[in-house]
Design a protein around this ligand. Structure first.
Ligand code: ZN
Ligand code: ZN
Ligand code: ZN
Length: 365
């Protein structure tokens, strides 16, 4: 395990140097877990991983968390610096960072900590470490792909079972609770989110399930996911209760075709925005362009939303090992919503779907 982390630390350090950065500073976050396997809580007491070209990687921790840090996977390969309550942690960080002028910080470093670093290092300039660490994290190794595949399969199993439960006359919240239970029973360590949006509520893409009772002829959007071995699932299917509402069938066909077109556009060498264009042009041609109000997808891994983003303007060149969602939707205010979402992985010559649930319209009771 530690070899894998040391290798990631080395690649991040090299990439930072190639971009003319003197140092990377990473606080507790998925970035830190990715680089070191160490995952403490983010707190007002700063913990910083500090990476500089040609120097030993250093982790600065509060004294009371020294034992925790010392038992982490990379502890023996990394220099540990502890600071005690009452000392100025930013002065300690500044002494580790002495001579660094161009410093990139992780996105999850709190503003309070960045302000502390800026005050302690008045001559340094600060930028985002995302172009370095986000780009590394975007390309998954075999172990990561394995976890994402297992998460996808477990989410598919949860969907297979939820379509068999009664919907009519039950509240969105009840279905959401049942879905959460199925996610765990299908192998997730925990359920992270279960959007159940029925009837007019489905026109709100991030609807919070509530007390609405599901009616005959409702379309129900279910967007759900959880975690397996730190990696996440995220899938969406739209079902109908009995006869579909007026205008639904044609819109569903357009979303389904758009989702297929997006997935088929995925291959090494294509750009993230090409996938968005492929999906969006189908929705546009079908006449629902104005109703597809969000990007086509987002990267997924240790975080639910991470680079690359499948949106106009994201020119990331797709590489084997990248994983992201393809999730076009059409939302008709006051009436219904439709979204179909699968996670896909870029392969050496094309694409692999990590979700295999049927995309045929499912009629529930
Ligand atoms: Zn979303
Ligand atoms: Zn989703
Ligand atoms: Zn998603």
């Amino acid at each position: 395990v530690s070899g894998r982390h040391i290798d990631r630390i080395r690649r991040a350090t090299d990439e930072a140097a190639a971009r003319d950065l003197d140092a990377l500073v990473v606080a507790p976050s998925p970035d830190l877990a990715y680089l070191t396997g160490y995952g403490p809580m983010p707190l007002e007491r700063p913990t910083f991983l500090i990476l500089r070209a040609g120097r030993d990687p250093t982790i600065m921790v509060p004294e009371l968390e020294r034992p925790l840090a010392a038992s982490s996977p990379v502890a023996t390969r990394i220099q540990l610096v502890a600071w005690r309550d009452g000392a100025d942690p930013y002065a300690v960080a500044a002494s580790v960072l002495a001579g660094s002028r161009r410093i990139a910080v992780g996105d999850r470093l709190w503003a309070s900590h960045l302000l502390g670093l800026q005050a302690a290092l008045p001559d340094a300039s600060f930028s985002s470490a995302s172009p370095v660490i986000g780009a590394l994290r975007a390309v998954k190794d075999e172990e990561e792909l394995g976890a994402l595949r297992r998460a996808g399969r477990a989410a598919d199993e949860a969907f297979r079972q939820i379509v068999g439960v009664p919907f009519l006359g039950r509240r969105e919240l009840e279905i959401a609770a049942e879905l959460a239970e199925l996610l765990v029973r299908s192998g997730h360590a925990r359920a992270d989110f279960t959007i159940v949006a029925s009837g007019p509520n489905a026109a709100s893409p991030h609807h919070e399930p509530a007390g609405r009772t599901i009616q005959p002829r409702d379309a129900v959007v279910m967007d759900f996911g959880g975690e397996i071995e730190d990696y996440l699932s995220d899938t969406t299917r739209t079902v109908v209760v009995g006869e579909p509402p007026e205008g639904f069938v044609a819109a569903y066909a357009a979303v389904r075709e758009a989702q297929e077109a997006g997935v088929q556009a995925v291959r090494p060498g294509a750009r993230a925005e090409d996938v968005d264009r492929a999906a969006r042009s189908v929705v546009d041609t079908a006449g629902y362009g104005e109703r597809f109000v969000h990007r086509t997808g987002h990267g997924i891994g240790l975080e639910l939303h991470e680079p690359p983003y499948i949106v106009e303007g994201d020119r990331t060149v797709l590489e084997p090992g990248m994983t992201f969602s393809v999730e076009p939707g059409v939302y008709v205010e006051g009436r219904f919503g439709i979204r179909i979402e699968d996670i896909v992985a870029v392969t050496d010559d094309g694409v692999e779907r990590l979700n295999r649930s049927t995309r045929e319209l499912q009629v529930v009771n």
